[in-house]
Design a protein around this ligand. Structure first.
Ligand code: ADP
Ligand code: MG
Length: 727
């Protein structure tokens, strides 16, 4: 049987040897990246200076410089074996898009020359109609164009020069993730710089930093190919829990299997060649689950690197006869995969704004920024949840060991104590605090206490972890930009608001420190509901969160509504990240994607149920029935009766499960037909959520019961115990 064949093939497989470069990582790091060192080498001095100036000052480059850059870039790419180039962009599907063109142009003499002009470097016109755009294309212009993001370096992947670009419509609406991300990073730069200057007048820019932790599952390719549900949807739509999975908690610190170790090494080498600073790798909690984390980088670059990693990891996995599963919940009953987004802000002078410092003023700055983040997350908690939500992440949130579908902030006890103290200070005390010796009483105690903030609450979706915040609700397959856009934009709005209030106080004659402390105190009080250090997995928290007025919506399509609330629209407009039109268009895409994903899952499950599971269960049942007849002829009535009554129970149970499966599949098909007739994308998605998805749970439940009853020899699909343990 195919199942046994593939299981044997998978279990017999040996580690694939890795080609280890003869050089040390220091030498091959960034080898495939057109970084500053390569720019310096391949560009004329004048071009190099102009390009670096433009990158550092966020300014456009002239056509002449573009031509010169293109020429140098092409020579470097060809020297490194590239034959094609592509504008590499991030459409509204998760993942990346590219259209490869060869460098060749006619030479006018019947041959070709390898050319690449500034025009082709800077701008291209991919067919916008092949990418989701939420109706913007219909309302406006049919065409879209991609334009070079000079802040992210070009790189070579698969012998193709990849140029990071934004993707926008002819009328300027963003059709991708990168455009709004860059806008949000600009907004937070501007707003945070304004506030940071209270503490250091020389600050010119504030950068946003992101360190992602990518979780994933590996599965042997033979087993993967024998599971149509994995191939088509990225997750198992059926499969009874294995008797052993993660309950012994033996995977996390267990030895990494040699096949996996070889894969990880290979992946790490490839990452380093592409300038992705991969640093940490380890087993995760569930069997076959692993994690890779790089050193944090500026958010736009870090996100490009994560997207690149997601392509790379799939490619390297194949070399090792694995398939990588980036789905948030590939297996029921064991942990899902997330992508913690470690996020911070830091000045161009190297000061991390969420890290306590050495002097009272440093610490006042630290408190100022932390409290503003809390206020922004509080005000936009529904939106932040929407920013990480998807059909796939919806399976993970609220499930096994995943953050709940409610956004709250964990601060840890030391920070909580300080906030509490500030909040309880009377006007007089604040006034004293803002005096010289006063500062030493309150705010400067922070460095000693916070240095070792190892207190980690894994149940919190948004945790303060010493010098950064960790947004843990982000899904493993997501483009981090979605979360980073919402977070940086919301914090930008909050900081701008804070600054205008502090400035107003100063204008009235209050001192800077006193103004800051007063405003901080107000924010601590008003954002209290978002602060929760308890167990986020508990049912009591769900009730408590509702009482606190936090967004507790659990229906994925309805969670997306938060993008179109008045406060979200106002916020995004005020910081120049999204227009209302863009928000509406993007939500159309979100609802459409949700519907499509559930639709595909429902179809695959329906097919598997009817043409894989039911026939096998029927066959097994008929063997049992045949056996009954034989038993009857063999034994005397009394004995036969006893044996038969047992078997009859089994036969009846199998019949019952099959009956329900068939009924539910019918019901699901009807629900789908009904939903498909709905025009409105939001209503359609809701109908899929409310009427189609629940049938899938019922069908699965009964298939999983059959799996336990039907002869193991006959069961067609690899079982969890075979899928989940790499030898
Ligand atoms: P853990 O699993 O304990 O949360 P890891 O070491 O796996 O921690 O990952 C932490 C991630 O956070 C790494 O990518 C690291 O570079 C990143 N990080 C550390 N400090 C900061 C910071 N100030 N801002 C953003 N990311 C950070
Ligand atoms: Mg973490």
């Amino acid at each position: 049987m195919l199942r046994f064949k593939v299981v044997e093939e998978a279990f017999d497989r040996k580690a694939v040897p890795v080609e280890i470069p003869s050089e040390r990582p220091e030498q091959y790091y960034g080898k495939l990246v057109f970084n500053r060192q390569k720019m310096f080498e391949y560009l004329p001095k004048k071009t190099y200076d102009a390009l670096i100036f433009a990158i550092e000052n966020k300014e456009p480059i002239s056509r002449e410089i573009a031509d010169s850059v293109a020429d140098g870039m092409k020579r470097w790419a060809i020297d490194n074996g590239a034959r094609h180039y592509t504008h590499w962009f991030h459409p509204l599907t998760d993942g990346t898009a590219e259209k490869h063109d060869a460098f060749i142009e006619h030479d006018g003499k019947g041959g070709v020359v390898e050319e690449f002009s500034g025009k082709l470097l800077v701008q291209q016109e991919p067919d916008a109609s092949s990418f989701p755009n939420g109706g913007i294309r219909n309302t406006f212009e049919a065409r879209g164009y991609s334009a070079w993001d000079i802040s992210s370096p070009a790189f070579i992947m698969d012998k193709t020069l990849c140029i990071p670009t934004i993707f926008i419509s002819y009328t300027g609406e963003s059709l991708d993730y990168k455009t709004p991300l860059l806008r949000a990073l600009n907004a937070v730069d501007k707003a945070a710089t304004g506030v940071a200057r209270y503490f250091d007048a020389d600050v010119k820019h504030v950068h946003s930093y992101l360190g992602w932790e990518q979780e994933y599952f590996l599965i042997d390719e033979a087993l993967y190919n024998a599971r149509p549900d994995l191939v088509m949807t990225g997750r198992t739509l059926m499969g009874h829990e294995s008797a052993k999975n993660q309950q012994l908690e033996d995977h996390y610190f267990g030895a990494i299997p040699s096949r996996v170790e070889a894969f990880m090494l290979d992946l790490e080498i490839e990452c380093h060649k592409l300038g992705i600073p991969a640093k940490t790798r380890h087993n995760e909690v569930a069997p076959n689950q692993f994690e890779l984390a790089p050193i944090f980088e500026e958010t736009n670059l870090a996100n490009d690197h994560n997207l690149l990693l997601m392509s790379l990891i799939a490619e390297v996995a194949r070399r090792h006869n694995f398939r990588v599963l980036l789905h948030e919940k590939p297996f029921a009953g064991v942990n899902g995969s997330g992508k913690h987004n470690n996020w911070s802000l830091g000045t161009d002078k190297g000061v991390l704004l969420f890290a306590p410092g050495k002097t009272p003023m440093d610490n006042l700055q630290f408190i100022t920024f932390v409290v503003n983040v809390m206020a922004a997350v509080h005000r936009h908690n529904g939106l932040l949840k929407a920013s990480i939500m998807s059909a796939t992440n919806g399976h993970r949130l609220g499930a096994n060991e995943a953050p709940p579908a409610i956004i709250s902030i964990f601060t840890g006890s030391q920070l909580a104590e300080i906030l509490d103290k500030l909040e309880k200070s009377t006007k007089d005390e604040l006034f004293k605090l803002s005096g010289k010796e006063g500062l030493s009483v309150g705010v400067n105690q922070i460095p000693e206490i916070l240095i070792d903030n190892t207190d980690r609450n894994r149940t919190s979706p948004f945790a303060f972890t010493g010098n950064r915040f960790e947004f843990r609700a982000v899904g493993s397959s997501a483009n981090c930009a979605s979360a980073m856009i919402a977070l940086n934009a919301a914090v930008a709005e909050q900081l701008a608001d804070f600054k205008s209030k502090v400035d107003a106080r100063i204008a009235k004659g209050e001192t800077l420190i006193h103004s800051l402390l007063e405003e901080i105190k107000e924010l601590i009080t008003s954002s209290k509901p978002i602060h929760f250090d308890g167990n986020g997995y508990s049912d009591e928290w769900k009730e408590e969160a509702a009482r606190r007025g936090l967004d507790c919506e659990t229906s994925v399509p309805k969670i997306f509504d938060a993008y179109l609330s008045q406060s979200s629209i106002d916020m995004f407009q005020s910081v120049g990240v999204f227009s209302k039109l863009e928000l509406e268009a993007r939500n159309e895409v979100k609802w459409e994607m949700y519907t499509k994903k559930i639709q595909i899952e429902a179809r695959v499950l329906g097919d598997l149920a009817i043409n894989h599971i039911i026939p096998v269960a029927t066959r097994y049942q008929s063997i049992l029935v045949d056996n009954l007849v034989k038993i009857k002829s063999l034994f005397n009535d009394e004995k036969a009766e006893k044996i038969i009554s047992q078997d009859l129970i089994t036969i009846e149970k199998i019949s019952d499960h099959m009956l329900i499966i068939k009924e539910e599949v019918d019901k699901m098909v009807q629900a789908r037909k009904k939903a498909n007739r709905i025009e409105n994308e939001r209503e359609k998605a809701i109908s899929y959520h409310d009427n189609v998805a629940p049938c899938m749970d019922v069908i699965r439940y009964h298939i999983d019961k059959l799996e336990l009853m039907v002869d193991n020899e006959m069961w067609p699909l690899p079982k969890y115990r075979e899928l989940l343990f790499i030898r």
